[in-house]
Design a protein around this ligand. Structure first.
Ligand SMILES: *Cc1c(COP(=O)(O)O)cnc(C)c1O
Length: 389
């Protein structure tokens, strides 16, 4: 029986998968079971920020596996303390909670916003609503699905959670109208990733922060996709010149071990107290070791400047392709608008020619490893050019 047959016999069919079995990887290149190689510009959806099996990263995870691979959060570990201190130094957030995924980081953010409001204004205030944006994506758990502002996700699993209000992205009037005194948080992505690499406008972001300051609402940035160096700053909030009360990270921050981090600023860093939240695996030593290896590398100014420069180079190259209508995003988060062709068809053609990438709505989406080389960018772009012919 082939791997694909065995897989499909036993694993739920929740994904439309490409008929490729990936077996190993090195640098920015993956290899399938037949030895065919692929340049990877998807990075497992922006996860493998240092590419495949980076030496330093793999050493850090292996060393940790041989020292202590897991302990419950009823005890302390040095690696979790070291990782938290490093994240704190890099982001300026003093407090954080560790979970295992983007959805869990967002669940934690939602719980903090609601409890912050509960503690301060009481249960009778009914100040529990969270504004999220139309076309957003916040995860697949019931709460984060409820938060996600796309009707296609609000199906089958009724009843969804109440307490989420959708505002149109970049519509300041809509935001002003809906940010009433029932609202305790406003959650948003600076660049909507799954929603099609759609950046928010600076004026809209400024209005979110103005309203949050005026009404004691928590500003919650979902940086699960945009964070950890992806856009050329460690946090994309820096590019917008704002400091959210809460920022969530996941995907790329630990380079391929599962993690989710909910960062909280001084206003709400102590809202969650003993017994109010938890996670068996959260802050797992392997995840923290992988995370520390990533953050040590990607947080330096030189590294982040390179991400910006590579992103600029990539955009320039892509815009030279006649079939490309435009390129969106920041740094190495790239959405390609196509003139006539279907993103899914182009993605498939690239796969056949040895290039892995993603789509988001009608666009091609590229989230290459952050240490991708200029040469690899040129090689990948050449494949995209040929696929678009
Ligand atoms: C991927 C993603 C999530 C969900 O992360 P999981 O790890 O799949 O739970 C949440 N928010 C954003 C912006 C994402 O891109």
């Amino acid at each position: 029986m082939s791997t694909i047959e065995k897989f499909n016999e036993h694993v739920m069919g929740t994904y439309g998968r490409y008929p490729v079995v990936l077996e190993s990887g090195e640098g920015r290149t993956a290899a399938d079971e037949n030895g065919k190689k692929y340049i990877d510009f998807g990075s497992g959806i922006g996860v493998n920020s240092l590419g495949y099996c980076d030496e330093e990263w793999a050493d850090a995870v292996c060393r940790q596996a041989r020292a202590i691979q897991h302990t419950s959060n009823y005890y302390y570990t040095k690696i979790q303390a070291d990782f938290a201190a490093k994240i704190s130094e890099v982001t300026g957030y003093e407090k954080m909670f560790f979970g295992n995924s983007g959805a869990e980081a967002n669940e934690c953010a939602i719980k903090i916003a609601r409890k912050y409001s509960f503690d301060k204004y009481g249960k009778d205030s009914k100040r529990y609503n969270i504004i999220t944006l139309v076309n957003s994506f916040h995860g697949r758990t019931l709460a984060t699905l409820s938060a996600t502002g796309q009707d296609v996700f609000h199906n089958y699993f009724f009843p969804f959670l109440e307490g989420f209000i959708n505002v149109e992205a970049n519509n300041i009037e809509d935001l002003r109208n809906k940010a009433d005194d029932t609202v305790c948080g406003i959650m948003f992505e600076f660049i909507q990733g799954e929603g099609g690499v759609m950046p928010l406008e600076k004026e809209f972001v400024d209005e979110i922060f103005r309203i949050c300051a005026e009404k004691d609402i928590l500003a919650i940035a979902d940086e699960v996709q945009t964070g950890a160096g992806r856009t050329g700053e460690f946090l994309t909030s820096k590019l917008f010149g704002v400091k959210p009360d809460i920022t969530t990270l996941a995907k790329g921050v630990a380079g391929g071990v599962p993690i989710g981090i909910c960062l909280a600023g001084e206003k709400c860093g102590n809202v969650l107290t003993a017994g109010t939240h938890g996670s068996t695996f959260g802050g797992n030593p392997l995840a923290c070791a992988g995370g520390l290896a990533v953050v040590n590398r990607v947080s330096s100014k030189e590294f982040l400047d390179e991400v910006k420069a590579k992103g600029d180079h990539f955009r320039k190259k892509l815009l030279e392709i006649p079939e490309v209508e435009g390129v969106d995003g920041m740094g190495l988060m790239i959405g390609i608008r196509l003139k006539t062709q279907k993103a899914a068809d182009v993605c498939k053609a690239c796969l056949d020619m040895g290039l892995l990438m993603l789509t988001a709505k009608a666009k091609l989406r590229l989230l290459p490893p952050l240490n991708v080389t200029y040469e690899e960018i040129d090689q990948g772009t050449e494949i995209i050019r040929r696929a678009l012919k």
